[in-house]
Design a protein around this ligand. Structure first.
Ligand code: ADP
Length: 249
């Protein structure tokens, strides 16, 4: 396929810690508009790969291209401004702000330069309205005045998606959005991601294969830091190498 079909690509992506290859020579192509999953057994290199793509880690070798631009040497904040955004870790950042305030902070940072908070009080109203709209969209309208710390686990994840959507990313990267969730939270968050993915590209690291099967168009499987295979869920789940890898091979 031609390169312009892809929002995000990596070539020869490699990360060494000391002499150890956590990620080795991985090629990735994330099709624009797709929901793409990165899966693999524990220690496969998913988190490292995710951190490389979101610029949290610097690769030892390889290149990352976002919308045709080489972003390998760029900082996370700069690629975020270009439209590549990873989910916020609300619980780790603003636990004592309310849900509404958390989304407003994200909106303010997104509109940073254009938005003169102190100069124009009239600008606060549209900002609040937009924040309310985002909370409503993720099912948190009733919880807007609760602090992030007071929210249930599932609602915290929903708030993280709302703050990520506040930045209106072209590609949204989610690290294990259903981790630690009970069944009752998994279905709504899956629906939420599907809804949030409309008009954008999503890359998720996900352990729950049933979530992957219902949500994701393409799946990349890593093992021992290397690319094992890539394809649809039907393709990868019937691949004997994948089955062996998941059985601890
Ligand atoms: P996954 O997310 O698939 O479980 P990780 O990317 O977390 O895998 O880890 C891949 C491998 O790299 C593991 O063997 C892990 O121990 C190792 N690793 C990850 N981060 C570091 C680090 N900062 N220093 C040393 N080794 C690391």
């Amino acid at each position: 396929a031609d390169a312009s079909a892809y929002a995000l690509t990596a070539r020869g992506l490699t990360k060494q810690f000391g002499g150890f290859h956590a990620v080795k020579n991985v090629d990735l192509s994330i099709r624009r508009g797709s929901i793409h999953a990165l899966i693999g057994p524990n220690g496969a290199g998913k988190t490292t790969c995710f951190n490389l793509l979101t610029k949290t880690l610097t690769p030892t070798a390889g290149t990352i291209t976002f919308e045709g631009r080489d972003i390998t040497g760029m900082r996370a904040a700069d690629v975020a401004r270009l439209g590549l955004v990873r989910s916020f870790q609300i619980s780790a950042t603003f636990p004592h702000l309310t849900a509404l305030e958390n989304v407003r902070v994200a909106l303010q940072s997104a509109y940073g330069k254009a938005f003169h908070f102190w100069r124009s009080l009239s600008a606060v109203e549209p900002l609040n309205a937009r924040a309310e709209e985002l909370l409503d969209r993720v099912g948190l309208a009733q919880s807007r005045n609760l602090t992030a710390a007071e929210l249930s686990y599932g609602k915290k994840r929903a708030l993280e998606i709302a703050t990520t959507l506040a930045l209106d990313p072209q590609i949204m990267l989610l690290d294990e959005p259903t981790a630690g969730m009970g069944h009752e939270d998994i279905e709504p968050i899956t629906e939420l991601i599907r809804e949030a993915a409309k008009g954008r590209t999503v890359l998720i690291v996900e352990h729950n294969l049933s979530v992957v099967s219902t949500l994701c168009d393409r799946i990349t499987v890593l093992q021992h830091g290397q690319l094992l295979t890539e394809g649809s869920y039907a393709e990868v789940s019937s691949n004997p190498d994948v089955i062996t890898a998941y059985m601890g091979g």
